[in-house]
Design a binder for this molecule. Structure first.
Ligand code: SF4
Length: 397
């Protein structure tokens, strides 16, 4: 039986970043405890709640013998929560599943870290902190509406290390307003110098419904939309990151992720390999292998449903053969190691050789009989390449 990952969503933030359109809210701290209570109840009663909405759970998600090996508490800003609430969530997981935890991650924003919290996180089993650093340039952090500043990162990292956290990941964003090649190189250099085990680089995506997105569409100066780097410049930033991180000893293993050897994220790998995972909390998504389902986004409605003993699931979709095949490409090709094209051909009864040959000849993909992958130089335009590939293999793009 496979091992399962559990994702817990904490949809609360201190402020709303200008580029963000996640379903997160700025709420009073009084809302945290009822939310954590609902999360614990959803964990304990997940089997009954999911069966009530027609989800067929595979054994690894349904029974006490199901082994959970990775946990990821993300958001939002889960590090805002009092540690005892996070501890309750992990305790509920340990009571409900046979946990053999190999990777337990907490997303944290630098300004929320203090020595007491860091010690509590380490003691309750969080061995990996995913840090929302985003940039080391105050002007960029301020323009993006972030709460922290460069000095908060320098203050927080030693606190985490002193608490015994051995696995730290930094997030950086390429394409923030006011970012230049020089400032981007500075952020990369400062990040590397602090020695995190893992670095994620996200390309700025402007959501039209975010405040920054609206300013791009409607004009204005408040959120510095006019100082956004162009797409071409962002692609250059990405290539600069690839070169700098490789030179610093970080191996790229996924479109957005680099790690020191052995520190690749086990939890996120489950998403790309289409392994089962259970999502808990408002807006959390889950996958059983055959179905995908999602909880309602609104945190208050989520808490109310669970408090009444009802499921908070809003959508349940059966994954058809076509969808599964498309996912194999879209998710699997995010990894630098690519996908097992031989296995996929056998499993789906299709032959891809002829269809892929043209793209390979054009340098868009690399392949042999067993594996298909994107060349490192095409990763900054991976979406376009994957869409082209899906057209070529005719799986519905
Ligand atoms: S901290 Fe993250 S989730 Fe919260 S508003 Fe900023 S970008 Fe969005």
């Amino acid at each position: 039986m496979g091992k399962t990952g559990v994702y817990i969503q904490v949809p609360f933030c201190q402020t709303k970043c200008t580029y963000c359109n996640f379903h997160t809210g700025v709420v009073s701290a009084g809302r945290f405890a009822p939310y954590a209570e609902a999360v614990c109840r959803e964990i304990r009663e997940h089997r009954r709640l999911l069966e009530s909405v027609g989800v067929s759970l595979p054994l690894e998600l349904a029974s006490r013998s199901g082994v959970v090996d990775t946990v990821y508490v993300g958001g939002g800003t889960p590090s805002l929560l009092e540690s005892r609430l996070l501890g309750k969530m992990l305790a509920a997981l340990r009571e409900t599943f046979a946990c053999v935890l190999e990777e337990v991650t907490l997303e944290a924003d630098p300004e929320t870290v203090d020595a007491e919290k860091a010690a509590a996180w380490a003691a309750m089993g969080f061995g990996r902190i995913s840090f929302g650093t985003q940039s080391f340039v105050d002007e960029e952090l301020k323009a993006a509406g972030r709460m922290h500043r460069r000095e908060d990162i320098y203050r927080a990292v030693p606190i985490l290390r002193a608490a015994g956290i051995l696995n730290i990941s930094f997030d950086l964003i390429a394409g923030l307003p006011k970012q230049t090649e020089e400032s981007w190189r500075q952020s990369l250099a400062e990040a590397v110098a602090l020695g995190p085990e893992h670095i994620s680089i996200y390309m700025m995506e402007i959501d039209e419904a975010s405040r920054l997105g609206l300013e791009v569409l409607q004009g204005g100066v408040r959120y510095s939309a006019r100082e956004l780097p162009s797409e071409e410049v962002m692609a250059e930033f990405y290539e600069v990151a690839q070169a700098e991180l490789q030179a610093a000893g970080y191996g790229q293993y996924e479109i957005s992720n680099w790690a020191r050897s052995g520190f690749e994220s086990r939890h996120n790998r489950k998403y790309w390999l289409r392994e089962p995972y259970l999502g808990i909390g408002a807006g959390a998504h889950s996958f059983s292998g055959k179905q995908r389902w999602a909880n309602r986004h609104d945190a208050a409605a989520y808490v109310a449903a669970i408090a009444e003993g009802m499921s908070a699931v809003e959508t349940v979709d059966t994954v058809t053969r076509e969808m599964a095949l498309e996912e194999e490409f879209f998710l699997g090709l995010r990894q630098l190691e690519g996908i097992e094209i031989g296995r996929i051909a056998r499993e789906y009864g299709m032959s891809f050789a002829e269809r892929i040959a043209k793209l390979a000849a054009a340098g868009m993909v690399e392949w042999d009989e067993e594996r298909l992958r994107l060349p490192a130089g095409k990763l900054s335009v991976s979406n376009e390449v994957i869409v082209e590939l899906l057209r070529a293999v005719d799986v519905g793009a």
